[in-house]
Design a protein around this ligand. Structure first.
Ligand code: DGJ
Length: 683
């Protein structure tokens, strides 16, 4: 069985494969099996492997354990596909590894075929099992909750199994589908590591464990509900693709994943300059009123918005969150003439038009549910618990997908919609389809519907939102292309949310809006400067009620909007750099253009710093021998917190990349929640 002996930086050509195999021959301890069963690419219990098997299932109670053998392999310059056969259990497994040499990201795709003449019940299917280097002792996962997604957690890789099992039916707020394993204390700049990400928006399982042989392994793949997958004779199932990358330090890993996502995952439209959004949600919630909206559009446009997004509340019967989902036509009581007046106003001001949908859901109080109560995921005889008063439509059904496609397409055609905010606001509970578990079919159905829309409307931009960031993964992002990162737009909480998100996803697809002075989710008050600077880390936009801001605030927003427009010309091809800091409350990060001629840096004190003065910060990723001009924004507002401001902030300086990357810059006194923006471009 094929084994992975090394996944890391490129080694010199291996001349003598037999010597290498001899080097990696495995000893056999006493009191265990008589022959070694090392970790293979498809570990199986039938051959005596005692760790996690890649596949579990049975054929009417028999063939409960598999034992595969190599059937054949196919190879090209950048890929290798192993085809393995278990002639007894009558299963064929193929595992393909494709290395993208530009980004160094490895894509692993596994497929299982039932070669027998009866049904095979599948309980578990791993996308990949990878060895973890012996020197790797730490595991970083991203965990969270609604309003605080993508939080970084460290665990020690020890004798106990580390296991994430996400059964929420979506990518989830709680468990990001991926992790980073690496040397102790690996950080942005240092430490060998391996990052993995499962490109999938449904149930999955991830385990990391060290076996008694000393080998450690990481396994990620589909989590299957009881009875969910019964493979018919000849049927094939694809495991979701796993993306893996070895790197030295998190920055290198991040840059590689970003490059890969830009070239091989994200829709083409994400490569064009990303417009400044203004979204109606936090300004109006369900309080839709045409006059208020026209005024909001005017106000947002005068603060630099380029696309207006009409959020939840516009469709039939949707006066609050108790009703309406499923009835995708414009509410005549609020918009007697449809959305034409509003859309014409938006376009007259030169803005694009975006509309909110939550296609996968239905309220029991809706025309759709009244007419098709059988269209929801459910289990006969049980009450499905409601979440936000809604149930989930069964997208495994062609009729449901057709209904949704037609409803959405009709509105796209009528209003020439430029962008859809595609929301999905609940976990799946009792996801039954004709009585059987149907999450895998549901996720495939969502993908199919999005693919259909994408091929009919290639220029239609779609954002993935799921009560914020509960559906961010390369599976959905191949069909969407922007993520509403979190419902929390408190800039202080956003620092860790955006940093976690940024590990795997590039900044140009990260929705980051300037919110109100007092954040609606946290009640925290912050100043506009900090809110805007933190929003500049992603796709800049507005969630605040621009009707109620002062002229000075409008000018400030315009100033940052102009900066954003300047940066977006190169940011979609840039490298992300996180600067490690001694004080965890000081967040420093930047984007450097491909040619290293331009860069910008956000520096934020999330809370009071440990010392009177912030530590000196270095910039990263610049050209050592080139002169840079450093211009700081925001220092004037901090002047009163100290007696002296470092000279370079007041009087522009030109220094070399080497100086900035080694000696660094002294900062002014930075109180809690203050922020600075540095523009550092070649002079
Ligand atoms: C949840 C989203 O995350 C919000 O931005 C907003 O669109 C609401 N849903 C609307 O119901």
């Amino acid at each position: 069985m094929p084994r992975i002996l090394w996944f890391g930086h490129i080694l010199p050509q291996i001349d003598d494969e037999n010597s290498l195999l001899s080097l990696c021959d495995v000893a056999v301890p006493q009191a265990k099996l008589d022959a070694a069963v090392p970790l293979s690419i498809v570990p199986d219990s039938g051959s005596g492997f005692m760790g996690p098997a890649a596949l579990e299932g049975h054929r009417a109670g028999v063939h409960f354990a598999c034992a595969f053998q190599m059937e054949h392999l196919e190879q090209s310059a950048s890929s290798i596909r192993f085809v393995l056969l278990d002639a007894v259990a009558e299963l064929r497994m193929s595992v393909e590894f494709v290395l993208d040499s530009e980004s160094s990201v490895l894509k692993i795709h596994s497929q299982l075929e039932n070669t027998g003449s009866s049904e095979f019940s599948l309980h578990k299917l791993a996308s990949a099992t990878l060895p973890i280097a012996d020197t790797f002792t730490e595991c970083l996962t991203l965990n969270g909750r609604w309003g605080l997604e993508f939080q970084q957690h460290r665990s020690v890789i020890s004798a106990t199994q580390l296991r994430i099992k996400n059964m929420s039916g979506r990518t989830s707020h709680e468990y990001f589908p991926g992790c980073v394993v690496g040397q102790q204390h690996f950080n942005a700049e240092h430490g060998q590591l391996m990052g993995v990400h499962l490109g999938y928006s449904g149930n999955y399982e991830l385990t990391v464990e060290r076996l008694t042989t000393g080998e450690a392994c990481l396994q990620v793949g589909l989590a299957i509900l009881p009875g969910e997958i019964n493979l018919a004779p000849g049927a094939v199932i694809d495991a979701p693709a796993l993306f893996a990358c070895a790197a030295d330090g998190l920055n290198q890993m991040t840059q590689r994943f970003h490059q890969f996502a830009r070239r091989h995952v994200l829709p083409q439209w994400t490569r064009t300059p990303r417009p400044i959004h203004a979204n109606s949600w936090e300004a109006l919630y369900f309080d839709h009123d045409e006059h208020a909206l026209l005024a909001l559009v005017d106000a947002a446009a005068s603060a630099g918005a380029e696309r207006f997004v009409l959020d939840d509340g516009w469709f039939h019967g949707r006066r609050d969150d108790t009703s309406g989902l499923g009835d995708w036509w414009v509410d005549k009581t609020v918009y007697p003439k449809g959305l034409h007046t509003l859309v014409a106003h938006i376009r007259n001001l030169g803005l694009e038009f975006g509309l909110w949908f939550e296609p996968e859901m239905v309220n029991p109080v809706s025309e759709l549910y009244k007419n098709h109560p059988d269209w929801v995921l459910q289990v006969a005889g049980r009450n499905t618990p409601l979440a936000r008063n809604q149930l989930v439509l069964n997208l495994g059904l062609v009729a449901v997908r057709d209904y949704l496609y037609k409803s959405i397409a009709a509105l796209v055609d009528e209003y020439k919609i430029d962008y859809i905010k595609w929301d999905m606001n609940r976990d799946l509970v009792l996801p039954g389809s004709s009585g059987k578990a149907g999450v895998v079919e549901q996720v495939n159905g969502v993908y199919e519907l999005l693919d259909r829309l994408q091929s009919a409307y290639p220029n239609l931009e779609i954002e993935s939102c799921s009560s914020g960031g509960a559906r961010a993964d390369y599976g959905i992002l191949a069909r969407t292309g922007r993520v509403w990162t979190s419902d929390c737009i408190d800039p202080i909480d956003r620092l860790s949310i955006q940093r976690g998100f940024g590990l795997f996803f590039p900044p140009e697809i990260m929705g980051a809006h300037v919110g109100h002075d007092v954040a609606h989710l946290t009640g925290r008050a912050t100043n506009l400067q900090t809110r805007a600077i933190v929003a500049l880390q992603g796709q800049y936009g507005y969630e605040l009620d621009a009707r109620n801001i002062t002229d000075e605030e409008r000018q400030q927003l315009m100033f940052y909007a102009e900066r954003y427009k300047q940066y977006r010309a190169w940011v979609a091809e840039s490298s992300a750099w996180v600067v490690p800091t001694r004080d965890a409350a000081l967040f420093v990060q930047g984007q450097v253009s491909l040619d290293r001629a331009s860069s910008f840096w956000t520096i934020v004190a999330s809370s009071s710093l440990e010392t009177n003065l912030p530590e000196r910060v270095r910039l990263l990723g610049l050209a050592e021998d080139k002169p840079y001009r450093v211009i700081a924004t925001g220092w004037e507002a901090l002047r009163s917190f100290g007696k002296h401001t470092p000279d370079w902030m007041v009087n522009e300086v030109v220094v070399s990349g080497a100086e900035l990357m080694n000696i660094g810059l002294n900062l002014p006194v930075m109180p809690a929640q203050s922020a600075l923006l540095l523009d550092c471009s070649q002079a």
